[in-house]
Ligand binder design. Structure first.
Ligand SMILES: *Cc1c(COP(=O)(O)O)cnc(C)c1O
Length: 381
């Protein structure tokens, strides 16, 4: 105790008992997911998208683990993330998805990071900068094939291809992004794949990249030379509506602070939205929206979220509060749940995708939200 007082606050790692909530990240499972996607791709290289702090799970530990496993190409959001990734993967190719920015130009050289060029304006700026520095570090050229987000148009790409044959602007990758890959039958997939194939032939000799996680499962025509999975690495199902082929990566737990009895007719929580239909028992757990547990998962009674206690799914009772949630444990035997026990919110029973569905969102938003707010614990470092 004496010693702890003298340590700076940052050196005092909070423990389970101190915060009551933990997001456990299994790095071995992330590696296994990367390996199984690589195997699926056979001769196509498998990169890793580690933007948004590796979907909230920690850019540094994930990048280190995958670089050690043999991953050679990483995609990050911005130059700040490129700096963090470079420190973990000295040899890797690092592409910056949010593109080139003249104000941050020198950082691309210092970090040997490659911008994803998303407009003709960016290309002109990149060209001028690269020429002035005689820099040949490479860049990806993104073409918009139907999503209307980032990228030069197909027409611009076709016109540019002629010039690229003479001076290739240091373009090391031709890429595009699928808008509907998780819906295999969506007509936009066929359209985008066809257009991208036409463009590839114009950029002969330059590697190409189209597939995100779900795109990998669309088969060969969507693969190109390099796949860019993110979500699937982190255990989100890339094939919604079908069994999840990926390993489970995260577990979200909270500790029970107390068990209380609620009389028939008594209400629980803010707004008194939950009324006990019979004499009930409720577990109060130390986890709430401040730690990333989505309050929306406790609003609609029809898709009320659940937590797992003693191998049984128990529904939330009333609204999720800032750092607390109440759970109806009337259905489980007395004594099975005790003060100090860990309750599982996401794990073997309730997947990230299940939980996202109860909150009316997607696994991506759940992971990035939890990762930013909840204490993270790593397995398999
Ligand atoms: C985020 C992103 C990816 C990864 O997508 P997932 O669906 O998470 O696999 C790939 N490419 C681009 C351009 C992205 O922005």
């Amino acid at each position: 105790m004496e010693l702890a007082h003298k340590l700076p606050a940052s050196a005092q790692e909070p423990t389970d008992a101190e915060t009551g909530a933990a997001l456990t990240v299994d790095l071995e499972a992330i590696e296994a997911n990367w390996r199984s996607l690589s195997q699926l791709l056979v001769i196509v290289e498998c990169a890793a998208v580690v933007k948004a702090d590796a979907y909230g799970l920690g850019l540094e530990p994930v990048t280190k683990k995958l670089a050690a496993a043999g991953c050679k190409t990483f995609f990050v959001a911005d130059i700040a993330e490129a700096r963090r990734a470079r420190a973990c993967a000295p040899e890797a190719k690092i592409y910056v998805l949010k593109g080139f920015n003249s104000a941050r130009a020198t950082a691309f050289v210092e970090l040997a990071a490659r911008p994803v060029i998303n407009s003709m304006m960016e290309l002109a700026e990149w060209d001028a900068f690269a020429a002035s520095r005689n820099w040949r570090g490479g860049a990806a050229l993104q073409v918009d094939t139907g999503m209307n987000r980032l990228g030069i148009s197909a027409e611009e790409a076709a016109a540019l291809a002629v010039r690229v044959q003479n001076d290739n602007h240091g373009i090391s990758l031709l890429m595009s992004h699928l808008a509907c890959a998780e819906t295999p039958n969506h007509p936009l997939n066929t359209q985008q794949i066809r257009l991208f194939r036409e463009l590839r032939t114009l950029y002969n000799g330059i590697p190409s990249s189209l597939a995100n996680s779900s795109g990998i499962f669309l088969g060969d025509p969507a693969h190109g030379d390099l796949a860019r999975p993110g979500a699937a690495l982190y255990g989100i199902n890339p094939t919604p509506g079908r069994p999840n082929p990926m390993h489970r990566v995260v577990e979200l737990t909270g500790l029970i602070l107390q068990i209380r009895n609620v009389e028939r007719g008594g209400s629980v929580g803010y707004g008194a939205t939950w009324i006990a239909k019979r004499a009930s028992r409720v577990a109060v757990v130390a986890l709430g929206y401040a730690e990333g547990l989505m309050r929306a998962a406790s609003i609609d009674r029809k898709r009320m979220g659940t937590a797992v206690i003693g191998n049984k799914r128990c529904p939330f009772a009333g609204r999720i509060s800032m750092d607390l949630v109440c759970i109806d444990i009337t259905a489980i035997a007395e004594g099975v749940a005790r003060r100090g026990d860990a309750v599982s919110f996401i794990g073997r029973e309730v997947t990230v995708d299940d939980y996202a569905a109860t909150a009316g969102t997607i696994g991506y938003e759940i992971l990035t939200g939890l990762g930013a707010k909840c204490r993270r614990v790593y397995r398999g470092v």
